[in-house]
Design a binder for this molecule. Structure first.
Ligand SMILES: C[S@@+](CC[C@H](N)C(=O)[O-])C[C@H]1O[C@@H](n2cnc3c(N)ncnc32)[C@H](O)[C@@H]1O
Length: 352
């Protein structure tokens, strides 16, 4: 791989997936501890037998988005099992070790960790649905998106997103080989433009654009120029939530963007894409996706906990995205794995 990791199809010698999983799963155990210790959820489910998710929401006064993320995580951990009609029941691991009265009750072992700041924040998120400060920063209560107006913070975020994209970009671009008739792509919230670089490397005739707000836009322009991509990847300054998206593109990319936003906001973005895309144009969501029946995979379920804690979103299930895309008018919806727990959900605007 060249020094900047773009412009090359060379791959590193070791798979980085263990590092991705450590970084993206960092908040998940805090959520589990909060649920065992503060809610004693597994004892309550044990006493109630098979329960409806709605009953859990009502009993404990939980926010529906946070509860949805929690249930997917507990199912992926094989502590709960999904039954029909939005019901869940205990799996043996929970029934034996996380329930009052069991001879093997280990709740106290988790209890000795429940003062961790992350556990306290998780409990608040479960109860209020409100976003905690990114990275639990004690000095700045703004959420990650509001903080992006600070140039120093914007540079750190761009460096973070770019570092993973240098690895993920190659397989992302390869997964899009199946898309035909593409001449202009728009990477919405495209950050450093690293995915657009990977795409133009594979499709020399493609003209790519990145849509970003200021000051991220300026950092992206600098990086693209440094890397020698300025003639093939440009940056459009704009706010994806403000007004129509730019016209004239036949591919819209959302990479790790939809997981930051609520269902209503995602619906708004998909509708804006549908309106702006050329007839027959494509839309691609690249992310860690939850599987269609929301039983895992565990790395995506853990990453979703991080999104629940620090953003208004979550990792979307393929089934949920399919509904949102279809509701917006997209057709030909498909899903394909890429690398490091990532996949692409692809759909098309009808040709005419
Ligand atoms: C989690 S990052 C994902 C970056 C990149 N697409 C990736 O896959 O690594 C979210 C990106 O959305 C951008 N963003 C957030 N709000 C935006 C808005 N209203 N308009 C345009 N971009 C926005 C941020 O600047 C940031 O680059």
């Amino acid at each position: 791989m060249n020094r900047h990791g773009t412009g090359s199809s060379a791959r590193p010698s070791v798979d980085p997936v263990p590092l991705f999983r450590l970084r993206e799963g960092i908040y998940a155990t805090d959520l589990l501890i909060a649920v065992i210790v503060e809610l004693d959820l597994f004892t309550w489910i044990d006493r109630a037998g098979e329960v409806r998710i709605g009953d859990i929401e009502e009993e404990f006064g939980l926010d529906p988005r946070a509860l949805d993320v929690l249930i997917t995580y507990l199912v992926a951990l094989e502590l709960l099992e999904r039954g029909p009609d939005q019901r869940v029941r205990l799996m043996p691991l929970a029934a034996e070790y996380l329930v009052a009265g069991s001879p093997w009750d280990m709740r106290a072992y988790f209890g000795s960790l429940s003062e961790r700041p992350g556990c306290v924040e998780m409990l608040a998120a479960l109860r209020t649905g409100k976003t905690a400060s990114w990275s639990s920063s004690p000095g700045d209560s703004r959420d990650w998106s509001e903080r992006l107006v600070d140039p120093g913070w914007a540079r750190r975020v761009v460096a973070a997103m770019d570092s993973r994209g240098r690895f993920l970009g190659v397989e992302f671009a390869a997964a899009l080989d199946q898309l035909t008739g593409i001449s202009r792509s728009l990477d919405i919230g495209g950050d450093s433009g690293v995915y657009s670089c990977a795409l133009v490397d594979r499709r020399p005739r493609l003209r790519a654009s990145v849509l970003e707000r200021s000051p991220v836009d300026g950092v992206a322009r600098e990086l693209l120029a440094e890397r020698g991509y300025a003639d093939r990847v440009d940056v459009i300054t704009g706010d994806m939530f403000a007004g129509p998206l730019p016209a004239g593109f036949d591919l819209h990319i959302y990479s790790h963007v939809l997981h930051d936003w609520s269902e209503e906001q995602v619906r708004g973005l998909l509708a804006a894409s549908y309106a702006a895309l050329e007839p027959g144009g494509w839309i691609v969501d690249h992310d860690a996706h939850i599987n269609a029946d929301k039983t895992g995979p565990l790395p995506a379920a853990e990453y979703s906990v991080m999104m629940m804690h620090g953003t208004q979103g979550k990792c979307w299930a393929v089934s949920e995205l399919s509904v949102l895309l279809a509701d917006s008018g997209f057709v030909d919806i498909r899903h394909q794995d890429t690398t490091s727990d990532r996949s692409v959900v692809i759909a098309r605007k009808p040709a005419g």
